[in-house]
Design a protein around this ligand. Structure first.
Ligand code: ADP
Ligand code: F6P
Ligand code: MG
Length: 461
């Protein structure tokens, strides 16, 4: 069933924008964390953890937020705003791997390798190094404007020498890693990643003015669009531009994509530390898109920005299904989304209104496809061909799978869910993943494209 669904999804053409970067990955072990804590002293680290810096301005901010992420085992991302820290990072870490990062980049490579009909990827900054991180597949194209016309080229042929390049540092951590924080012994509860996201002036999230008039044409030639990277917008820039400017442009982009045809748009949410910016992204963009995807830390942050701080704290601390369903319902209704997808370490959930054309079984099969793809990527590091999907089918559901289903049935009984379709599946969880960064993007790409394929089968796309 999921295999056939993947076949169907592969017939689609997808547009994806905006963010790409280089992910420089470090695999953390206990000694490395211990050295960092010892360098600054446990007391200083704890004090800074209490202050909870939302940006990385100096090394101690990084160590404090990293240790906090390790204690909770939650996927977190914190912006690096001080360019001078590159030297500090480079003197402290050797990068084990460099690979394509950014939702748009990861999703483009994934869908291209799965042999989708066509994957059109747009990123406003395409330096040669970045371009070369795109896979060499003929179905992967980048839009350029030549002599007033839209031309589609492979990213390898479309790079611009002088474009800036953005490097994010990814710290992969594994469940069971231990270290001491003063008298306390910390054991990392879940595997995941901590992202130090580069946030510098030179990187902007937008569509170049020459390309913008072609967005309706791009929308028309696509079955769906997956947009992400808004977390990279800064509140203010030294040239006087601000987040309001970029968000207004982002809204125009979505409306332009939908102008000739109501192409379905999925927004992949990512962590936004700054509450003001988070709120702006949610209020400006969520009402314009059809589908949103995010992880458990992100739904908690979103609900917090919408004023549901108690519920947000509960989700962040306990990750209870009942709270996530409640939070999901609130978000679906307040933003009037068609579909909301939440991925967590133990389960993935869809929430739609009751009039969604897909049945609960169909929605579940879309999530099955998503977790199977993520399991394949976690096992292999990369999905290089449609055949790799099979690897995911051999990964068992996580050990809490039955418990997840039980708690979900309980939650459904307790909460009013008649006006909604809520479905949940346990994740297929790889014990020793090659890496975890990008697994959420993989889930969302698999979920959204299979959702579209199912709509198409029903004649409602
Ligand atoms: N070891 C693993 N095996 C399979 N799936 C995993 C594994 N670890 C995490 N996942 C899935 O990946 C998701 C991570 O998503 P997210 O936090 O959005 O990551 P990213 O933003 O880096 O893509 C988790 O919610 C979980 O469903
Ligand atoms: O917020 P940024 O800096 O665009 O980075 C997004 C990060 O999220 C990922 O796309 C994973 O979801 C990473 O590859 C990347 O480093
Ligand atoms: Mg994510």
């Amino acid at each position: 069933m999921v295999r056939e669904l993947l076949e169907k999804a592969r017939e689609l053409s997808i547009y994806t924008a905006y963010n790409t970067n280089v992910d420089a990955i470090v695999y953390l072990n206990g000694e490395m964390v211990q050295r960092l804590i010892d360098e600054f002293g446990a007391d200083a680290v704890k004090k800074r953890m209490d202050e909870y810096p939302r940006e990385i301005n100096e090394p101690l901010d990084f160590v404090a937020r990293l240790v906090h992420a390790l204690k909770t085992g939650k996927p977190m991302a914190v912006p690096l705003v001080n360019e001078e820290l590159h030297t500090w990072f480079d003197s402290h870490f050797e990068y084990d791997v460099e690979r394509m990062g950014g939702q748009a980049g990861i999703i483009a490579n994934l869908l291209a390798n799965l042999d989708f009909n066509r994957v059109l990827v747009y990123t406003p900054h395409l330096a040669k190094k970045q371009a070369m991180m795109f896979v060499d597949k003929p179905n992967l194209l980048y839009p350029v404007v030549e002599k007033g016309k839209l031309v589609l080229k492979h990213p390898h042929e479309a790079y611009r020498e002088n474009d800036p390049i953005k490097v994010n540092r990814i710290f992969e951590f594994r469940a069971g890693t231990t270290f001491k924080l003063g008298n306390e012994t910390v054991t990392v509860p879940f595997s995941g990643r901590f992202i130090v996201s580069a946030r510098f002036e030179s990187i902007r999230i937008y569509t170049e003015p020459e390309l913008k008039p072609f967005l309706p044409e791009i929308g028309e030639m696509s079955d769906g669009a997956i947009l992400s990277g808004y977390q990279g917008i800064k509140l203010r820039y030294s040239d006087g531009k601000d987040a309001n400017h970029y968000l207004r442009e982002a809204k125009k982009d979505i409306l332009l994509l939908k102008r000739e045809k109501d192409v379905k748009v999925h927004l992949e949410f990512a962590s936004i530390q700054n509450r003001e910016l988070r709120k702006k992204v949610i209020y400006n963009l969520f009402p314009l898109v059809d589908s949103v995807g995010m992880d458990e830390a992100e739904i908690a942050h979103v609900l917090n920005a919408l004023g549901y701080s108690k519920l947000a704290d509960r989700i962040f601390t306990y990750n209870r299904i009942e709270d996530t369903v409640l939070g999901g319902k609130i978000l679906l209704d307040e933003m009037n989304l068609e579909v909301l997808q939440i991925h967590t370490i133990y389960y993935i959930m869809y929430i739609t209104h009751a009039d969604n054309p897909l049945s609960e079984d169909e929605l579940r099969s879309s999530l099955e496809l998503a977790t199977t793809l993520a399991a394949a990527r976690a096992s292999l590091g990369e999905i290089r061909s449609p055949e790799d999907f099979k690897v995911g089918l051999n990964v068992p559901y996580n050990e809490r799978g039955e418990y997840v289903k039980l708690r979900f049935e309980e939650a459904k009984r307790r909460l009013r869910t008649r006006e909604y379709k809520v479905v949940i599946i346990p994740t297929r969880l790889v014990k020793n993943p090659v890496s975890t960064v990008g697994l959420g993007d993989t889930i969302s790409a698999g979920a959204f494209t299979s959702y579209l394929a199912l709509l198409k089968k029903k004649g409602t796309l």
